[in-house]
Ligand binder design. Structure first.
Ligand SMILES: [Cu+2]
Length: 232
């Protein structure tokens, strides 16, 4: 064996993979829905549906709902997992991880029976995944890294697709390095509205996600190694 041959072979394999990957990402980029970003942690007005089945949108306190597009009858969303800075109290800014510019991430609203496709782009410095907590879906869409899928590497996009089956208020969060990623703030609401918009109708519908962080006075980054008390 000869080191030069090995490294040349490795180099050639590496460049072939790089060409394939960039070709895929260029083709993929054209079909990616826009990923709306929210700079403000203020409560945003409810997102009235512009198509699809009618529903009464929720108001997410100190949050917002993620806009979507309809493509051939499928509701498409684009989540971007990324580091964010959030002003938790006046003058106190925290380095968190979240989605689409905020932490917690945006609320995703769908209607019972909807076919849903969620593009998840990873801009974190480590692999992630999204678990759609409480959803009845095919196992391969359950988002458990290392079990139902490989983790989404930094810079890559994974596409989840399933049918929303039962109405209710749920959440999404990573199942990849959970103790770090959830402690850093990676979570958001998932609301599946009932197919009949008059079912148990209310005047206004609010969702409010409570989270706690261990941040030392004068520091800005949560001490994730001490935050052990939560449920997946
Ligand atoms: Cu969960």
């Amino acid at each position: 064996m000869n080191d030069t041959n090995i490294s040349r072979r490795a180099f050639l394999q590496g460049s072939a993979l790089a060409v394939t990957a960039s070709a895929v990402s260029r083709a993929g980029a054209a079909s990616l829905p826009e990923a709306p970003l929210q700079q403000s942690a203020q409560t945003q007005p409810p997102l009235a549906p512009t198509g699809g089945r009618p529903y009464q949108p929720v108001v997410t306190l100190n949050g917002w709902s993620l806009p979507w597009r309809m493509k051939n009858g499928v509701k498409e969303f684009h989540l971007v997992a990324e580091p964010v800075v959030r002003e938790i109290a006046p003058g106190m800014k925290a380095n968190l991880w979240g989605y689409n510019g905020q932490s917690p991430g945006p609320t995703i609203e769908v209607v019972e029976g909807d076919r849903v496709r969620i593009f998840v782009t990873n801009k974190l410095p480590e692999a992630t995944s999204v678990h759609w907590h409480g959803q009845r879906l095919p196992n391969g869409m359950d988002g458990v890294a290392g079990l139902t899928q490989p983790g989404i590497p930094p810079g890559k996009t994974f596409v989840y697709e399933f049918t929303a089956r039962r109405a209710g208020t749920f959440m999404y969060h990573p199942h990849a390095d959970e103790m770090v990623q959830m402690a850093m703030g990676m979570m958001g609401f998932w609301v599946t509205h009932p197919k009949d918009p008059d079912f148990m109708r209310v005047d206004r519908d609010f969702v409010f996600l409570l989270n706690a962080y261990d941040i030392e006075p004068g520091a800005a980054t949560p001490k994730v190694s001490t935050m052990l008390d939560f449920n997946l």
